[in-house]
Write a protein that binds this ligand. Structure first.
Ligand code: FAQ
Length: 330
């Protein structure tokens, strides 16, 4: 089906699998959910930790570009909405860290890996949010891309991840709508406001397309992740769906997608479009995007500044436990 997809490193054919691995694959193929204490191949566990952990980090780091605008929202109503949205992202991060912890990794370990630059978060959050219109474009495009990826993940094979996705998707659709509502206001406002909306679309279009990951021919994990149903669709498949959904929305706003090659293709029933600049994508992944250092620096500082509070919570929990059963205090 995915002719262009590369074979993932270490991926086994059925003949190469042990009896245990074959039985596990059969469960996946039947659509059964895998639960935390059940047997799973080590590669499945590691892939989940990598993907869920990155996803959790994205939700947390993803608060920064919008958090930056809470004090500058144009009205009290907009401020309250943005604040609620950013708080939702924190909640998503926490569901996902909890799901990840069921795989035998601690939240502290995940944080250490993020802060040491050993674990990724979505490339999109390494781009700056320069104007209020960016709050519209982030909700519309970034949350829009996130939903496109996450709706199928509600059916992912790992139970805790799937259940986290169901809750998250409900909130993401509100996020996408609030972004589009800002874009509608800006695009139908003064010429200067419309220009800001167009500028936000121009800057965030390709970074949003990059959120789906490299093209299928360069996606090293897709084949294995899809056979384990950790991923339900290929990167290019979701990117195409996102473009097909978003272009009419841009047209409705009276804005122009910044791609001269964009064209409806009757035969495939979708748009032809230009791929993002993949060298820029890999450069951002390597830590050289416009905001990588700021984003990671802000997270490390928040973690260090919060140490006294975490220590206080642990000390309080120990004392409370000791009051209940003195042995638990040791
Ligand atoms: N950014 O072989 P593949 C949100 C890495 S939603 C950074 O194709 P895979 C909500 C990839 O990790 C955003 N790295 O990888 C929100 C791998 O490197 P590794 C988060 C990327 O895993 C909205 C290498 O490239 N959503 O935050 C990216 O099969 C607004 C090779 O790539 C999710 O995480 C990228 N864009 O497919 C919050 C969804 N793309 O690990 C606040 C779940 C690829 O070997 C405000 N994740 N890489 O070192 C997924 O569906 C998948 O992990 C993909 C990547 C599709 C992201």
């Amino acid at each position: 089906m995915y002719a262009q997809m590369v074979k993932s490193e270490g991926m086994k054919s059925r003949d190469e699998m042990s009896a245990e691995e074959q039985a596990f694959q059969d469960r996946i193929d039947r659509g059964e959910k895998i639960e935390p204490k059940e047997w799973m191949p080590e590669g499945y566990r590691k892939t989940l930790i990598r993907q869920i952990g990155q996803h959790a980090h994205s939700e947390i780091v993803g608060q920064l570009p919008e958090g930056n605008w809470i004090t500058r929202a144009p009205t009290l109503e907009r401020k309250a909405i943005l604040l609620a949205k950013v708080q939702d992202e924190a909640g998503h991060g926490l569901y996902l860290y909890s799901a990840c912890e069921t795989l035998g990794v601690t939240r502290d370990e995940l944080m250490e890996l993020l802060h040491a630059g050993k674990m990724k978060y979505s490339s999109i959050f390494n781009y700056p949010t320069l104007t209020w219109a960016d709050m519209g474009a982030v909700g519309w495009l970034v949350d829009g891309a996130a939903i496109m990826n996450q709706v199928p993940l509600q059916r992912t094979s790992y139970g805790p991840y799937s259940r986290a996705m169901i809750r998250i998707c409900k909130e993401e659709s509100f996020h996408q709508r609030q972004g589009y509502a800002i874009m509608m206001k800006m695009a139908s406002g003064t010429p200067a406001q419309k220009k800001m909306a167009q500028d936000a679309l121009n800057r965030l279009w390709y970074p949003s397309l990059m959120m789906f990951g490299p093209s299928d021919k360069d996606s090293v994990h897709s084949a294995q992740s899809m056979s384990w149903k950790i991923k339900m669709n290929s990167n290019d498949e979701l990117r195409q769906k996102f473009v097909d959904q978003t272009v009419p929305q841009a047209e409705y706003l009276g804005l122009t997608v910044p791609d001269p090659a964009l064209k409806w293709n009757e035969d495939k029933g979708g748009y032809d479009f230009s791929e993002p600049d993949w060298s820029e994508f890999y450069d951002v992944l390597a830590g050289n995007g416009p905001c990588n250092k700021d984003r990671l620096g802000a997270r490390v500082k928040a973690w260090e500044d919060g140490a006294w509070f975490r220590d206080g919570l642990v000390a309080h929990a120990r004392k409370a436990a000791a009051r209940r059963t003195p042995a638990a205090a040791e």
